[in-house]
Design a binder for this molecule. Structure first.
Ligand code: SF4
Length: 274
């Protein structure tokens, strides 16, 4: 018997393949990226292929993505089939926010018992993140993303759905199994933090700021640092987002600071790294 890894490598190849889809209306920024590293959002807006491939985690990433996609589809089918509770449910609704250079697709929209139009946002997550959210509520970036869709569609309510994809190891008191779910219905005009701000106000601020930063990068030819500002500060390690970022190699060299330099070398540079 010989232990081999040919299938694992083939799957890893598929896992690192670039499967980015065009934005809903061709906008520079994606609605799903709101509040993530602005440097990364600009690289994605420039449609750059990845410069870093993490082969070690590629198959794991692919499995997580496939589980996520399958669960999204199953939940969307379930809501479509339950038209009494989820009136007029529609999946993958296109959303455009040209004033913020952003667009995307909401997981779904339905009309509830009170005749409110509700944007549904589905998130699949590993056990630790799921249990934390179940205790503390949805993550801020997920709320902002859902609020972005709601604002783009002119609706006031978001329905967050979290699904756990694996079981808690051992016998924790606060345990969860694969398939456990947590849901919240939120009015984006409710105050959600101590400053008295609503989700709409915060989403509006974040989107305006990121739109301005992207616009400035395109006109001044200087790409903002984003999370790179935290590198080597001694305050903390490289942010985890950077460790999983497909633009990590480009981000670390001077070419990564300039839109024109990137575009000038786009072909050769990316062919050489790929
Ligand atoms: S490596 Fe980090 S700082 Fe650079 S683009 Fe990616 S997330 Fe942003």
């Amino acid at each position: 018997m010989q232990e081999i890894q040919s299938v694992a490598w083939a799957l890893a190849d598929l896992g690192v393949a670039d499967d980015k889809k065009a934005t809903a209306d061709g906008s520079f920024l994606r609605a799903s990226g709101v509040s993530s590293c602005i440097r990364k959002q600009i690289y994605d807006g420039l449609e750059l292929p990845f410069s870093t491939f993490n082969f070690e985690n590629a198959a794991n990433g692919l499995v997580a993505r496939e589980i996520g996609n399958t669960l999204h589809e199953q939940i969307q089918c379930a809501l479509e089939a339950n038209s009494i509770v989820f009136k007029g449910f529609e999946a993958e609704v296109p959303v455009s926010l040209p004033e913020f250079m952003r667009s995307g697709h909401a997981d779904g929209v339905y009309v509830n018992d009170s005749d409110d139009e509700v944007v549904i946002e589905i998130k699949t997550m590993r056990n630790y993140g799921f249990r934390k959210a179940r205790r503390e509520g949805p993550k801020e970036e997920h709320l902002l993303q859902a609020a972005t869709y709601a604002m783009g569609l002119g609706h006031n309510f978001i329905h967050m759905v979290y699904v756990c994809t694996d079981a808690t190891p051992g016998k924790w008191k606060d345990s969860a199994r694969a398939g456990d779910m947590a849901e919240w219905l939120i009015d984006i005009d409710d105050v959600i933090d101590q400053t008295g701000a609503t989700l709409r106000v915060i989403a509006n601020y974040v989107m305006s700021d990121e739109c301005a930063q992207a616009g400035m990068a395109l006109s001044d030819d200087v790409i903002p640092d984003g999370l790179k500002a935290l590198w080597n500060t001694g305050d903390e390690d490289t942010p985890w987002e950077c460790k999983y970022c497909g633009h990590y190699s480009l981000c670390g060299i001077s070419m990564g600071d300039s839109v024109s330099e990137i575009l000038k070398c786009k072909g050769e540079y990316f062919e050489s790294v790929i």
